[in-house]
Design a binder for this molecule. Structure first.
Ligand code: NAP
Ligand code: MG
Length: 503
């Protein structure tokens, strides 16, 4: 039977709340609790990556809008929000936990339509999101300074006080904003900071909807403002605004460098989560029944659009052919589908531009002599006009090839052979990045040697990609700095003041 074309396939339907949200079609900025157009009156078109069809128009915020949002955030920071106790803010986080849970189907559908991830994947974000909100609700009550001893004669008391750092600028990427924004929102609400969020122009809708829901449960106007628009305009204006105290940024290393430069004016505090080219190292003694799907999902999850994707799969030479064959077979069975297809495992890439970029990198892999064992640079067929690629696996890759050096942010695995653990560690570290890494082995000492040897902010042993805010993760080298999760996360939303009191 011939493959059905997209036109003959039944369209999966949206739930009523998601349909009615998307039916608005025009989305404004959310500043001081009010939705409205950009000062310039301009807006941007966004697309459904599964079909390539227009999805919505979002306001194209500029410097003037950012300034208005920062002023609203400053007023809120110095206004009644300041009188909210830690218990009040915790109660708000509990209400957020409830309302996010009640609306999760709608939120997941909006996210899938906007950025293309399969609905099964966005729905699976419910647990992680709820745990994150719960984590920050608990943290709200844990903010405290210390009474310290000191070496002064007489009656001198010393202590440290902690206070919220102020107005936080949050700049987030498109690869999963629904859950990822909570790393910022949770910390802002737990500490009593205020925020201006600049979502990615390719995926702003779930951020706008979450902000609306938070206002419905009693978030005071001005505490959370959302300015949509282009990174080079609205993002840059936020990063360089002199009344923003701290920036939380997730995105590419190149944009991270701009943010650092833009922070110099008022010496902003920064937390940067940047790109990656993480090594996932498979030893010959590994349980391949786990390592094959584990390493494949470590690359292909979210169509490879994950910062810590384990895209360089280092495989010990004795098993490299067997591994390549099995992983290619596994990849071919992954179902590529539209975001609302309940059985889809791999959705489209975010945009035409990103699709072309990834296609170019796959061609570079072929031209530089890597063996293509699954997938190709061609658009995946039978799924319609969206930005689809098949999961693509290269074997016999050497670490100096373009596909092993550049962050691809697409469903492309590079298998690199190695002989010894030292060699694997050396290859693993031969990158400017240092975000994640994995090791698959039955030998505990090998696992620990690799865990210690790889320069990264997070390592997984016989698994890949688990994240819990209680354990957290962070970047190293050109992958950025600043903790996500653990008590250290909240520290960076707080200012410490040392106090000396002579009685
Ligand atoms: P990107 O271009 O750096 O964009 C990230 C965000 O920064 C977007 O909101 C973007 O706005 C904004 N932006 C762009 N230029 C800016 C500027 N000059 N000043 C201030 N903000 C600016 O990254 P992307 O291509 O969208 O996302 C993919 C990258 O993000 C990959 O490199 C990936 O590794 C990284 N990432 C890292 C993590 C992590 O946790 N480490 C997580 C996810 C993604 P617009 O998009 O609206 O223009
Ligand atoms: Mg979109």
């Amino acid at each position: 039977m011939a493959e059905m074309t997209s036109a003959t396939k039944p369209e999966p339907t949206l739930s009523e709340p998601a349909r009615s949200f998307l039916a608005r079609q025009e989305f404004g900025l959310l500043i001081d609790g009010e939705s409205g157009p950009a000062a310039s009156g301009e807006s941007l078109e966004t697309w459904d990556p599964s079909t390539g069809l227009p999805l919505a128009r979002i306001a194209a915020g500029g410097a003037e809008d950012i300034d208005r949002a920062v002023k609203a955030a400053r007023r809120a920071f110095e206004g009644s929000w300041r009188s909210w106790t830690a218990y009040d803010r915790q109660a708000l986080l509990f209400r957020a936990h409830a309302v996010m849970g009640e609306h999760f189907q709608e939120l997941a559908e909006i996210e899938s339509m906007d950025m293309g991830a399969p609905i099964a994947k966005t729905l699976a974000g419910k647990g992680p999101m709820q745990r994150m909100i719960g984590f920050f609700a608990a943290q709200a009550l844990s903010v405290r300074g210390e009474t310290t001893s000191n070496g002064f004669p007489g009656q001198v008391s010393t202590m440290t006080l902690r206070s919220p750092v102020g107005v936080v600028g949050g700049i987030i990427p498109w690869n999963g904003p629904l859950v990822a924004q909570w790393w910022i929102l949770g910390a802002v609400l737990a500490t009593g900071c205020t925020a201006v969020i600049k979502p990615a122009e390719d995926a702003s809708l779930s951020v706008l909807r979450v902000a609306e829901l938070l206002h419905e449960i009693g978030l005071p106007p001005g505490v959370l403002n959302v300015v949509t628009g282009k990174g080079s305009i609205a993002g840059e204006a936020l990063a360089s605004h002199d009344d923003v105290d701290r920036i939380a940024f997730t995105g590419s290393t190149e944009t991270g460098r701009r943010i650092i430069r833009a922070s110099a004016g008022n010496i902003k505090k920064l937390q940067l989560e940047l790109g990656g080219k993480s090594p996932d190292i498979v030893f010959a003694d590994a349980d391949l029944d786990k390592a094959v799907p584990g390493a494949a999902n470590g690359v292909f999850n979210n169509s490879g659009q994950i910062c810590f994707a384990g895209t360089r799969v280092l495989v010990q030479r004795a098993i490299v052919d067997q591994f390549a064959e099995r992983v290619a077979d596994f990849s071919r069975r992954l179902r590529v589908g539209r975001s609302l297809d309940p059985h889809a495992q791999l959705g489209p890439l975010i945009s035409e531009r990103q699709l072309e970029r990834v296609q170019g990198l796959i061609k570079a892999g072929i031209d530089e002599g890597a063996d293509l064992v699954a997938g190709s640079a061609a658009r995946a067929e039978g799924v319609g006009d969206g930005y689809f690629l098949k999961p693509t696996v290269f074997s016999n890759v050497s670490n100096d090839m373009t596909i092993a050096r550049e962050e691809i942010f697409g469903p492309v695995m590079s298998i690199i052979p190695f002989d010894t653990a030292e060699e694997a560690i050396a290859i693993g570290n031969a990158t400017a990045y240092g975000l994640g890494g994995g090791v698959w082995t039955r030998d505990l000492s090998t696992a620990l040697r690799v865990v210690e040897g790889i320069q990264s902010g997070v390592m997984w042993v016989n698994c890949y990609g688990l994240i819990d805010p209680l354990t957290g993760f962070t970047g190293s080298k050109s992958s950025g700095y600043g903790a996500k999760g653990t008590g250290a996360h909240l520290d960076t939303y707080l200012q410490t003041k040392s106090v000396y009191i002579q009685a």
